[in-house]
Design a protein around this ligand. Structure first.
Ligand code: 13P
Length: 270
């Protein structure tokens, strides 16, 4: 297909199965999990699998969540992993341990880890390798700070993070990129739809630059203040393959509303 040509409708529909992942960050005790999951499953099991849904709780809840959702299509994930499989790393959790606890996904390179723990692109790339070694689906986060956006550097920062954080082993594997502008996380602020489109296009180009054709298939999720009110518009933007949801994923009703916004209209209405 020539550049700029529109894919046939059938093809677009196939590609447009969205991925919605909740990042609970450091929130949630066992009691919260039981309530949220019960509410979620009560309404979600009525809907066909038209949308890929994941929840990444704190590591302490992965095992329990995996058991609770084992009869649903919800995938469970970690929020980070170490590069090493095991060893003298007090407090560390390896990719193999996440799998052992029931995880299938792992968020890597979240800006909160890049900022608070000084995680570099090179470290994130090594963690991607560890996740793939264990059979996890990595969700690799990139995104500019407010200062970088105001300096007109958003696209180039994201390109640099993509080039530095990906790993050759990703080719042919199941993985996702997540564009999360740092200034939009937990602030209620979001980029305009045009800005999201521009950065997702830049990210896609960098993914292909880094991995060749293998960079063309992975979905690019948007993250940063996604809520039931803005999800439908954001998810309709070209190259937005889903959403990585923080605060709104903690409330079953809000998370369900975002999942519905990601489904084809006929399913969401049912
Ligand atoms: P919020 O949805 O709370 O802005 O968080 C986004 C995020 O960081 C998801 O990883």
């Amino acid at each position: 297909m020539a550049a700029g040509e529109t894919a046939p409708r059938q093809g677009r529909m196939k590609q447009s199965v969205k991925m919605i992942v909740g990042n609970w960050k450091m929130n949630g005790l066992g009691a919260d999990l039981a309530t949220t999951v019960a509410d979620l499953l009560h309404d979600l099991h009525l809907e066909p699998q038209q949308c890929r849904v994941g929840i990444c709780p704190p590591a302490t809840l992965i095992d329990r969540l995996a058991r609770d959702v084992r009869t649903s299509h919800i995938e469970v994930g970690g929020q980070d992993c170490r590069v090493e499989a095991k060893g003298a790393f007090t407090g560390g959790v390896s990719a193999e341990m996440l799998v052992d606890a029931g995880a299938r996904l792992v968020i890597l390179g979240h800006s909160e880890r890049r900022q608070e723990f000084g995680e570099s692109d090179a470290l994130v790339s090594d963690k991607v390798g560890a996740a793939l070694r264990a059979g996890l689906t990595p969700i690799i986060c990139v995104g500019e700070t407010l200062a970088q956006r105001e300096a007109g550097e958003a696209a180039s920062v994201v390109r640099g993070q993509v080039l530095g954080s990906l790993n050759d082993d990703l080719a042919g594997k199941d993985w996702a990129l997540a564009y999360e502008p740092v200034w939009a996380i937990g602030t209620g602020l979001t980029p305009t739809l045009e800005q999201i489109s521009e950065i997702h296009a830049a990210a896609r180009a960098a993914m292909i630059e880094r991995l060749g054709d293998g960079g063309g298939a992975a979905p690019i999720l948007y993250g940063g203040s996604v809520n039931p009110g803005n999800a439908r518009d954001i998810l309709a933007v070209d190259e937005v393959g889903g959403a990585l949801v923080g605060g709104a994923s903690l409330k079953a009703a809000d998370f369900l509303a975002i999942i519905r916004a990601a489904q084809p209209a006929s399913v969401a209405a049912g």
